[in-house]
Design a protein around this ligand. Structure first.
Ligand SMILES: Cc1cc2nc3c(=O)[nH]c(=O)nc-3n(C[C@H](O)[C@H](O)[C@H](O)COP(=O)(O)OP(=O)(O)OC[C@H]3O[C@@H](n4cnc5c(N)ncnc54)[C@H](O)[C@@H]3O)c2cc1C
Length: 405
């Protein structure tokens, strides 16, 4: 296999209780020729397929699982522009200009994702949300104020909220928060399938389950070998394989962590449906979102290892830890877990994704939409890959390109 093999999630993710298996996927029966092969039919591959078919390209999508059953099934789908690394931390890492550009692009990507969903009429429970970023061991209350000033300086409006107001407005027990507007939440599996269906309507083909076992390329063509023995010849290939990173990119600066999440039963208090997205400037951190039917999703407790046996063995201690923290912040919530799952989670030190052409492999691109803003970065990946393949200038390419030796 040319990509890492992982158990991407374990347990019962909320979305797996109502997946729609109505996608017209096919099994591969012969050799094929196409413009672009996309490897991976998760949220990244689906958005890339939609963009490329919109650009008039002939697209084939391959997945070794059923589409959307990788990390896309495990995500909690907070669609935020607020990057894992706040500006106060990102500016020392990248410099002011690049850090500001990264944050602004993230903002544009959340907006363009929401607009694209509406333009295409994708029904995925898209919900406009406020977001609260709480102080924690990564950012003190004073640093939170500094973060607000930096955000406002580059046009990303946010406001400082004190303890009393947090309690009065949300029943939330926390010292301080930055409140921002225009984040979103959605049903990730429907979102992913919605984009894929649009690509299919425009003539794309999805083959599943089909694993890509080998790839080679020349300056004009890419040759893809599949697990069924059939080959595909294309002008371009795009890896959208999530945390199952292609071997060509295994030396890139990323790490695979373990993470845990849960969803409560529908809460009796219907006002909880209006909770904002909540996340902490802490390590380990906690994040919270409501669902339209009144559940509370909560996750975090990330650990810096990827061993799956160790990860799953920790489920019994991680879940109570999440419940305790949730109950401390929002004591009015029923914190019992109707759904609970663990998963792999890819991170980079900057919180930015890795996107661009694959070093040493002509005509091949990859989108590694890592970090807490994975889906926002999938959007960035789709827009960038369209620009790169269609020969357009891509102004933020330098922020996310793969490292060369
Ligand atoms: C618990 C949890 C919570 C999260 N919460 C959030 C959140 O709130 N907001 C957010 O933005 N992000 C969040 N994320 C991250 C988000 O889930 C990911 O960024 C996103 O799902 C990645 O999508 P993808 O399409 O890149 O990867 P995937 O969905 O994993 O899709 C990749 C596909 O590639 C296929 N594949 C791999 N190798 C091959 C091969 N050789 N041949 C054929 N097919 C192959 C796989 O089968 C898979 O279906 C969370 C993740 C987890 C685990």
């Amino acid at each position: 296999m040319i990509t890492a093999e992982k158990e991407l999630h374990f347990g019962n993710p909320l979305w797996s209780s109502h997946p729609s298996r109505n996608l017209p996927v096919d099994v591969i029966r012969k050799d094929l020729r196409t413009d672009v092969v996309i490897i991976g039919a998760g949220i990244s591959g689906s958005m890339i397929a939609e963009e490329l078919t919109d650009a008039g390209l002939k697209v084939v999508i391959l997945d070794k699982r059923y589409p959307g059953h990788g990390s896309t099934m495990a995500t909690t789908a907070l669609l935020q522009f607020e990057i894992d690394q706040p500006l106060v931390r990102l500016i020392p890492l990248l410099g002011y200009e690049k850090a500001a550009r990264a944050w602004r692009r993230a903002k544009l990507c959340t907006e363009s994702l929401a607009v694209r969903i509406q333009m295409l009429g994708i029904s995925c429970g898209l919900h406009l949300q406020q977001s609260l970023y709480l102080n924690g061991n990564k950012l003190s209350v004073d640093e939170l104020r500094k973060e607000m000033e930096l955000r406002n300086q580059i046009g990303l409006q946010s406001e400082f909220i004190k303890r009393k107001k947090l309690f009065d407005e949300y029943g939330l027990h926390a010292a301080a928060a930055l409140r921002s507007y225009h984040s979103y939440s959605a049903h990730p599996y429907r979102l992913s399938n919605g984009f894929l269906l649009k690509a299919l309507e425009r003539g794309a083909a999805v083959y599943s389950p089909v694993a890509v076992s080998d790839i080679s390329s020349s300056p004009r063509r890419v040759y893809i070998q599949t697990s069924y023995g059939f080959n595909i010849t294309a002008r371009y290939a795009v890896f959208a394989t999530g945390y199952e990173v292609p071997e060509y990119l295994s030396d890139q600066p990323f790490k695979i962590y373990s993470t845990w999440a849960m969803a409560t039963p529908k809460q009796a208090d219907s006002s909880l449906k209006r909770l904002p997205l909540i996340w902490e400037a802490a390590d380990p951190y906690l994040y919270i979102r409501p669902t339209p039917d009144g559940r509370i999703i909560c996750g975090g407790e990330d650990e810096e290892f990827s061993n799956e046996e160790r990860r799953n063995a920790l489920n019994t201690s991680k879940l109570p830890a999440i419940q305790r923290k949730l109950s401390k912040l929002l004591p009015q919530i029923d914190t019992s877990a109707e759904f609970a799952w663990s998963g792999a989670f890819g991170v980079t030190s900057s919180g930015l994704p890795l996107i661009g052409d694959v070093p040493g492999l002509d005509n091949c691109f990859a989108v590694m939409a890592f970090g807490g803003n994975g889906i926002t970065w999938s959007r960035m990946g789709a827009e960038m890959i369209r620009n790169l393949i269609t020969g357009k200038e891509e102004i933020d390419e330098d922020l996310v390109r793969f490292h060369r030796k």
